[in-house]
Every structure is written in structure tokens, then in C-alpha cells.
Design a protein around this ligand. Structure first.
Ligand code: GUN
Length: 294
């Protein structure tokens, strides 16, 4: 079994981004700028946004966080998006999800200027991605494809089984892996909560991607020997003997599955760092398109 070290690959890519950002600052005296909107006090969202802020800083990207309480109105949120859309000094804009229930998430995402939509969630970017046109690709699927590419894992003609059909991971990844392109060309099966006989399907997977949001859902008996296993899940479980009081596990039972997989991503240190770096890549792309449109 080989461990897919997302943390190490992400560090390499971050160095590449950092060098490119530095060059732009030298040549044009302007740095890429990412704005993030955070609504409410969800602890996980707060952590994700802090990570994004830290990541930006580490490569020379400027960031601004717009924080709002849970009771912000949809209109006020839309007005803030208008303001950031119009701010020429900001190149990327993300609205951290989930949003409070009284806010229509589709309306909010559709309000983001597609040229600044570095999450790749706007319908225009999703449509372009579906057609294989240049677009901002959602960070987690883009990070997974980059990992497969950097580890020279063949996807062409392979059977990729994806567990989970979220708009953020499973659904876009199913499209991206099945497109006619070098690091795709896979045959994809997308499993979800209504899929029957999941184990029979996962046992056929050359590449199994778990993005189902259920701790250690994938066990050894569900995995074909020598399959490649990618774990998108991240869950905190109590660990009283650790200083932090918790440890992180994924959607895959790592101890069992690592015995039979040919490659596997750990949690933490697998997909997570790649997701984080993909957002930086998209922000740099947005910046380049605005500063030097081709
Ligand atoms: N919530 C969970 N993942 C994401 C993400 O990739 N982007 C945003 N904006 N919110 C999220």
C-alpha cells in the first residue's frame, strides 16, 4: 500500500503559487485578493475560513473576511456580494456554506460575479465545467484529480465509484472524471442514499472515492484488492487521552482498508490540504484573468 501524501503535494503546489504571486507583485505591484463571507457561528465554518485566511497569507494572497451574525437578512447579504463584486481590488469571492436556513443559498451563489466565483459553485461555472469549457472547478474535486495526476494514477478506462452526490464534491467529480480529457476518461458510478447493494458496486471500483459524510463507512469487505481509495470525509471523534480531546477520522476505515488498497489517502493529510490549495489556485487564476486578460 502506498500512502497518498496530500499534505506534501499541497506544499509543493503552494511553493509554485507563492513564486508566481511574488512575480506578479514585482511586475504589477498588485497581489491577488480573496474575500470570504462567513455568516453565523458554526465552529467548522469558522475553522475553514481561518484556514483559508492562513493559506492566503502563506503564499502572498491578500484576504478579507466579512463576518455576519446568523440573523443577517438575505437582502443585506446580497448587497454585500454586490459591493464585493464591484470592488476591483478583489479578485475572488466565496460565501462559506452552510448558510442559515432563512437564506436561499441558490440565490446567494447565483449573485456572485462568475469571474470571481473561485469556489466554482455558480451555475455558469458548473455549466462550463459540464461542457468541458475553461471554468473555475470546485476545490475538492479539482484537488482529487490533481492528486491522481501527481501520483500517475491512471483514470482512463478505469471504473471510478463515487459515494455521495453533493453539489460540492460527488456530483461535479462524477462529471469531471467522465469527461473526455487526459486525466479523466473514466467510467463513473455515482452512489447515493437510495443506491441499493452498495457493496456489490464498490467491489467493482478500480478507484473508490468516499464523500458520503459517514464515519468509517467504507470497510475492507467493500474494497477490491489493489483499488485506489480516496477519502473525502472528515469527522471529529472524542479521544480523551489526546491533549486536544479528539481525533480526526474519515469516511473510510483506514486501518482495515489500507491493508488491501494499492493507494490510499489518510485523514488528515490527504484530500483536505489539496482542497485548500485548489482554492488558492483558483484565486490566482481569477486574478490573472482580471489583471492580464488573455
Ligand atoms: N463548505 C464546505 N465546503 C465548502 C467549500 O468548498 N466552499 C464553501 N464556500 N463552503 C464550503
Amino acid at each position: 500500500m502506498k500512502l497518498i501524501d496530500g499534505k506534501q503535494i499541497a506544499e509543493v503546489i503552494k511553493e509554485e503559487i507563492k513564486a508566481e504571486v511574488a512575480k506578479y507583485i514585482d511586475d504589477y505591484d498588485v497581489a491577488p485578493h480573496l474575500a470570504a463571507i462567513l455568516v453565523g457561528d458554526d465552529a467548522a465554518s469558522d475553522t475553514y475560513v481561518s484556514h483559508k485566511e492562513k493559506d492566503c497569507k502563506s503564499v502572498g494572497i491578500t484576504s478579507s473576511i466579512y463576518r455576519f451574525s446568523n440573523d443577517i437578512s438575505e437582502e443585506e447579504l446580497l448587497r454585500t456580494i454586490d459591493f464585493i463584486n464591484d470592488d476591483e481590488e478583489v479578485h475572488g469571492l466565496i460565501v462559506q456554506l452552510p448558510l442559515p436556513k432563512h437564506i436561499n443559498v441558490d440565490r446567494v451563489i447565483s449573485h456572485i460575479d462568475p469571474k470571481k466565483d473561485v469556489d466554482g459553485f455558480h451555475p455558469l461555472n458548473i455549466g462550463k465545467m459540464m461542457l468541458g469549457h475553461p471554468a473555475f472547478l470546485p476545490a475538492t474535486p479539482a484537488g482529487i484529480i490533481e492528486l491522481l495526476k501527481r501520483y500517475n494514477i491512471e483514470t482512463s478506462g478505469k471504473h471510478c465509484v463515487i459515494l455521495g452526490r453533493s453539489n460540492i464534491v460527488g456530483t461535479p467529480l462524477s462529471v469531471m472524471l467522465s469527461r473526455k480529457s487526459k486525466h479523466a476518461n473514466a467510467t463513473v458510478t455515482l452512489c447515493h442514499s437510495k443506491t441499493t447493494d452498495i457493496k456489490e458496486i464498490t467491489l467493482q471500483a478500480d478507484i473508490l472515492i468516499a464523500a458520503i459524510g459517514m464515519p468509517e463507512f467504507v470497510t475492507a469487505e467493500m474494497v477490491k484488492p489493489d483499488a485506489v481509495v480516496i477519502d473525502v470525509g472528515i469527522h471529529r471523534i472524542p479521544a480523551p487521552n489526546l491533549l486536544s480531546g479528539f481525533r480526526l477520522i474519515g469516511d473510510v476505515n483506514f486501518d482495515e482498508v489500507s491493508e488491501i488498497a494499492s493507494y490510499i489517502t489518510p485523514v488528515p493529510g490527504g484530500v483536505g490540504p489539496m482542497t485548500r490549495v485548489a482554492l488558492l489556485q483558483n484565486t490566482l487564476t481569477a486574478f490573472k484573468q482580471m489583471v492580464r486578460p488573455s
